[in-house]
Design a binder for this molecule. Structure first.
Ligand code: SAM
Ligand code: SF4
Length: 337
């Protein structure tokens, strides 16, 4: 066993001088929903033997925190359908040096898991909610039950997280007419909301992605018919551009990979459920950390060096183009959105 030579001055910095202090970890590619922008009708999931174990994920998360990472987001697939996942939150919640342990979820399991997540140290939760109309919600998620998700949002609010935020992917002619209602729903409950432009990850048979494109600027124009939005310089260290509703102070974010490229400030990397460290959401540059951790299970220094070395191949940015066939064949559930 190697002695832990953790140096508190370690930081991750890529060749474009961007400091990487945020990791998004996908703990499963499985999900109890089948959102049309995220998955195809028929999906092949990663065989269980190829998944990182929860212990391996925890070790990789620790290596990252020892390399200066301040924020870890647990995501998926649907992270809360992974068996015993609360244990992982409890482990990571104890790491010194980590400022924020956060979660992205579809909300289906939060009614019974909110308190355990809060107790484990989760500070903020993003919940996906694309529609307030049960039929439309079902059409977008293919199987989701709106009532259950709304009850989950209430449970998360009652558990007292620092923030519960809504994420909505907006698609033309599917839910673009709901942006005002979604903002009102969030604002009435003291939640922030972010609107996300669809990204071309993986092939989907549902429709042509370009046809359903609805830009952040269009959403903002729709909102401005009803609300006064004031730009704010506040940031959550992410790609959202934020505005505030003067009425209530609710923050409305726009994640706009197409219309406003966010790569210059990129501070993040992603770990897939198979242990692939993805250096960019929209490129294939990656390092196989599962191989490293399974070859040297006792040596966190080797793992840390592999992570440091990965900074050399972090690309400058993504090249999404909705008019082309996707160049990225992995779906968002694999990528860890
Ligand atoms: N299952 C959880 C959920 O839905 O929140 C976590 C994983 S999901 C992949 C994370 C986020 O990615 C969700 O807000 C989802 O709406 C978003 N997402 C999925 N596919 C997307 C795509 N092709 N383009 C943009 N956002 C996408
Ligand atoms: Fe599941 Fe989230 Fe993908 Fe929807 S967006 S299918 S909830 S992983």
């Amino acid at each position: 066993m190697t002695v832990n030579k953790h140096n508190s001055n370690d930081i991750l910095i890529d060749k474009f001088n961007r400091v990487v202090d945020y990791v998004r970890i996908s703990v499963t590619d499985r999900c109890d929903f089948r959102c049309v922008y995220c998955m195809d009708d028929e999906m092949q999931f990663v065989p269980r033997a190829q998944l990182l174990t929860l212990e391996e994920i925890s070790k990789i998360a620790r290596a990252f925190t020892e390399l200066g990472v301040k924020k870890i987001r647990i995501t998926g697939g649907e992270p809360l359908v992974r068996r015993n996942v609360i244990k992982l939150f409890e482990d990571i919640g104890q790491f010194s040096g980590l400022d924020e342990l956060v979660l992205t979820t579809n909300g289906s399991q939060l009614s019974h898991m909110s308190q355990a997540l809060k107790d484990a140290g989760v500070k903020r939760i993003n919940i996906s909610l694309d529609s307030l109309d049960a039929e439309k919600f079902k059409r977008i998620t293919r199987v989701g039950d709106l009532e259950k998700v709304l009850a989950s949002i209430d449970a998360a609010l009652a558990a007292g997280f620092e923030k519960v935020k809504i994420n909505a992917v907006i698609l033309k002619n599917r839910n673009h007419d709901e942006v005002v209602d979604l903002v009102r729903y969030a604002s009435d409950r003291g939640m922030d909301i972010s609107f996300i432009e669809e990204m071309p990850l993986g092939i989907i048979s549902d429709r042509d992605r370009a046809e359903a494109y609805y830009s952040s600027d269009e959403i903002k124009t729709d909102l401005e018919q009803v609300f006064e939005l004031v730009p704010t310089t506040e940031t959550t260290n992410g790609p959202s551009k934020y505005y505030k509703l003067t009425e209530t102070g609710t923050r409305v974010g726009f994640i706009s990979p197409h219309s406003h490229n966010f790569c210059d400030d990129c501070n993040r990397v992603r770990l897939t459920c198979e242990g692939r460290l993805l250096l960019c959401l929209g490129q294939e540059h990656s390092v196989d950390l599962r191989k490293v951790i399974r070859t040297h299970p006792e040596d966190i220094e080797i793992l840390k060096q592999a992570i440091r070395d990965s900074m050399l191949i972090k690309p400058k940015g993504h090249e999404f183009d909705l008019s082309e066939k996707p160049v990225i064949f992995r779906h968002m559930n694999v990528t860890g959105g």
